[in-house]
Write a protein that binds this ligand. Structure first.
Ligand SMILES: Cc1cc2nc3c(=O)[nH]c(=O)nc-3n(C[C@H](O)[C@H](O)[C@H](O)COP(=O)(O)O)c2cc1C
Length: 213
């Protein structure tokens, strides 16, 4: 199953375009496989509340690491309400073989709706090792090696650390388009080619990785 998450606030979005390209290639290569699409921008998960923290403390205290047993932590109506939000999100994540996250850079990091999803589905000592994680990203500027803004990248770097530290996934793949702001900021108009090149390379990579095995 492919779980495809979108997180851009806009429809005419480069992260959506790259993610859609990956998903189309993945599905074409696996016509019988299931596909679940969730638009976190259109339907954002709520921020976690106190009851969620009590579920989390319980599974940690009782050393529960199998998501199939997390429901044992539900002991009050407030816990049941919190679990009702987590359960469908987590079930999709656990069922997925590949997780595609289309994520723009917002304020050097990930959109709040994606962070809310992460907070809802992440429990202590989880392991999702063996699943493939792919991030389709778009950024207004350029954050690659040697760029002046490289140290400000709390987007790819955050997601890589998060996947490794909380999901035990070390080999997430990132494909994306940079310098999107060159299309709207007159001061960056001279860098439109840079954006076009990175977009074309990202679409090609998304097609090729999505269609691969
Ligand atoms: C709320 C917001 C914050 C943004 N912050 C940054 C930023 O910190 N750095 C950056 O390079 N671009 C930033 N951008 C530009 C977006 O990353 C860029 O427009 C990107 O293409 C958005 O992804 P999308 O095309 O999938 O919507 C921001 C855009 C928005 C709407």
């Amino acid at each position: 199953m492919l779980l495809h998450l979108d997180a851009s606030a806009r429809r005419n979005s480069f992260s959506r375009e790259i993610g859609d390209t990956f998903a189309a290639a993945w599905r074409a290569a696996r016509p019988a496989a299931a596909y679940v699409h969730r638009d976190l921008a259109a339907d954002p998960p709520p921020p976690i509340g106190e009851a969620w923290t009590e579920l989390c403390d319980y599974v940690l205290e009782h050393q529960i690491t199998d998501p199939a047993r997390y429901a044992e932590a539900v002991r009050t109506p407030e816990h049941a309400e919190a679990w009702a939000v987590v359960e469908p999100l987590l079930a999709e994540l656990v069922a997925a073989e590949t997780v595609l996250i289309a994520a723009p850079m917002y304020n050097f990091s990930v959109p709040a709706a994606l962070k809310a999803w992460i907070d809802q589905v992440t429990f202590p000592r989880m392991s999702l090792a063996g699943k493939k994680f792919v991030v389709a990203y778009a950024r207004g500027g350029a954050y690659g090696p040697g760029k002046p803004r490289e140290p400000f990248d709390h987007h790819e770097r955050y997601l890589r650390d998060f996947f490794a530290g909380h999901f035990a996934v070390e080999d997430a793949v990132f494909v994306g388009s940079e310098m999107v702001n060159a299309l709207v900021d007159p001061a960056l108009a001279g860098r439109r080619d840079e954006h076009e090149r990175s977009r074309a390379a990202a679409l090609e990579a998304a097609r090729s990785i999505g269609g691969g095995r």
